[in-house]
Structures are given as C-alpha cells and as structure tokens.
Ligand binder design. Structure first.
Ligand code: PRE
Length: 323
C-alpha cells in the first residue's frame, strides 16, 4: 500500500528532504503547516480511510525529533509527550516503541538522520543592501558583504540555535525571529516580509492591520519603481551614446553612483502619495532603507525561491551523523 507522508512544510525544509529520501514511486509527500499539524493530518487521513472501511494509503507523519548540536525539538516533544511532564502521557507500544495513549496510538515506525548544513539566504535586494559601498572600496569589493547590517534573521528555532555563534559574531544587530520552519523563513525573506507582520512560531500569520496581499502589492510596487530608476539610466545611455561628451558624463555618473552607493531614490510621486495619505499606505516592511531581512535554511530552498546564498555552512558545529 502506498505511503502518504506528512512533513513540516512548506517544501524546502530539512524534513521535506528526508521525506523525499524516504518515499518511493507511488508514495506521496504532503506539506503540513507545523510539526503538530503533520501528526494531526496523518491522524485524520487514518480516520477518513477508516470511515470508508477501506485503507487505501498508509498515512505517516515525519517529525524532526532531535539534533546533535541544539538538542530536542520542543514542538515534537510537546506533541509526543504533552504539556504535563511527569505524568503518564507516554506509553510504550507493544513493539517497545514510543506510543501515544489515544485511540489512534501512533507508534514510531522508523528513524532517519540527516546532516544539517545551513546557509544564510536573502533576496537580491537584501544582497544589494549588504554590499560594502562608499568610497573606492566599492570599485574593488562589489561582492564583499557586510553581514553586520542584517537587521532580522528568520528561521526555525533549531536552526537559529545551531547558528547562534555565527549570528553573534557576524550579525550582532540582527533580531532573531523563530518561525514555523526554515522554508517558511526563506519564503518570508524572499517576499521581504518582516516578522512584525508574520508573528513567531506560535502565530505565523500576518497582523490584521497590514494584510499580506497589501504587502505583496506594495513590494511589487517598490520593485517597479526600482526598475524605473534603472530604466532612466538606460535611456540616458541610448540617447547620449553618439556624442563624445557622453563618455565623460557617463563615467562621472557611474563614479558618483558607486561613490554614494545609490542609483535610486524614492520617486517624488511616491513621496507625495505617502505624505497625502499620512504614511498609512501599505508598503513593504523593508522599504525602510535600513531593514535587511534574511533567513537560515537549505540551499535547495534558495534555488526554488530565487534567493541568494549570502554565506554557506554557517552552522556552529559539524557533526558526522551515525550510519
Ligand atoms: O525547519 C526545517 O527545515 C525543519 O525541517 C525542522 C528542523 C528541526 O526542527 O530541527 C530540522 C532540521 C534543522 O535542524 C532545523 C530545523
């Protein structure tokens, strides 16, 4: 019978990568929003099948349990053991495995290990903001990033813990915000959505005052304005190209842009709009020039979300997993 594996989503989490290793042709892997939800989803899939008096799949929940550098995964612990420590919330199944004392009595049927390699991920805009700029440095060090400018790091609590020393050394000003999974943190960083509007692990949803759709719209708006800023420079190139003075003027302009570290400023029309509505207009959180939101996660998540890997292998310690 095919397996139906519920894992901590969205796609791109470490748990997802284990699920993909675990399943075979004909099986399926389905994302759940939290670790607790993955167990509940598997449980309801069992009972749905049960009501039909015919089992068509084997629903399983794949839950991260423990890691060698930051210890037990608290959410899994509280789902499996329950909040009332010390009471008989946990029993051993007939096979000697951990089992829950409810009507479904789920048992642990398999265990897998995975080496964790974390990367610091950010949008292209975040990368731009981290580039060392100003003075002649800009000419030589375009690719050098100043991670100390990061203001917010979003990830799963475990990943934040596993990279704690790295963050203290390299991103001392960054607020560490735990969200439901590494892949969710990567998605939020990709859309430049800051934690204030997303909540933390326990409440990963936008605040009611600024709906997510408005933030996405505003983010697109800013992107469009930025492209216009670039288009203005491009049109000067086309019009002025045939004249010899162009090269001097263009060279001065490029130097000025590199020197000041900016080639785009908020348009006058946008400023007027903000003044007119008293600054209430929805806008991306990081429209504030100083806001740099990044995430900790897998390089696969970066590929899927078109994020930039700002730095690889940022975990504080490497531990070789047992076979
Ligand atoms: O957030 C994820 O990507 C997960 O799969 C969860 C999890 C965990 O809970 O330990 C898995 C492995 C890493 O240690 C960090 C996070």
């Amino acid at each position: 019978m095919p397996l139906q594996v519920y894992y901590l989503g969205p796609p791109g989490t470490y748990t997802h990568s284990i699920a993909l290793h675990f399943i075979q042709e004909g099986d399926s892997a389905r994302p759940s929003s939290t670790i607790r939800q993955s167990l509940e989803d598997a449980a309801s899939a069992w009972s749905e099948d049960g009501h039909r008096h015919q089992q068509s799949v084997v629903p399983l929940a794949l839950m991260p349990y423990e890691n060698s550098t930051y210890g037990l995964v608290l959410e899994t612990q509280s789902v499996l053991i329950g909040p009332r420590h010390g009471e008989a919330n946990v029993v051993l199944g007939s096979n000697g495995q951990l089992a829950l004392p409810n009507e479904l009595s789920p048992v642990v049927v398999a265990e897998a290990t995975r080496a964790v390699r974390h990367a610091l991920l950010g949008s292209r805009r975040a990368q731009d903001r981290l580039r060392r700029k100003g003075g002649m440095q800009a000419l030589h060090a375009l690719e050098e990033l100043d991670l100390s400018r990061v203001t917010k790091v979003m990830s799963h609590e475990q990943a934040l813990g596993q990279c704690s020393d790295f963050l203290t050394r390299n991103c001392p000003k960054a607020e560490r915000v735990s969200v439901a999974s590494t892949a969710l943190g990567a998605r939020l960083a990709a859309s430049n959505i800051s934690s204030e509007n997303t909540g933390s692990t326990s409440a990963c949803r936008p605040s009611s005052s600024t709906p997510l759709s408005a933030q996405h719209a505003a983010a697109n708006d800013e992107e469009t304005r930025r492209l216009w800023g670039e288009a203005v420079i491009a049109s000067i190139v086309i019009i002025a190209y045939p004249t010899p003075y162009f090269f001097i003027a263009f060279g001065v302009m490029v130097l000025l842009c590199l020197w000041t570290g900016t080639y785009y400023r908020t348009s006058a029309r946008e400023l007027l709009r903000l003044v007119q509505d008293g600054g209430r207009a929805a806008r991306p959180i990081d429209s504030d020039k100083d806001e740099v939101v990044v995430a900790i996660g897998t390089e696969q998540a970066a590929e899927e979300l078109d994020l930039v890997v700002l730095q690889r292998n940022i975990q504080d310690r490497d531990v070789i997993p047992p076979n």
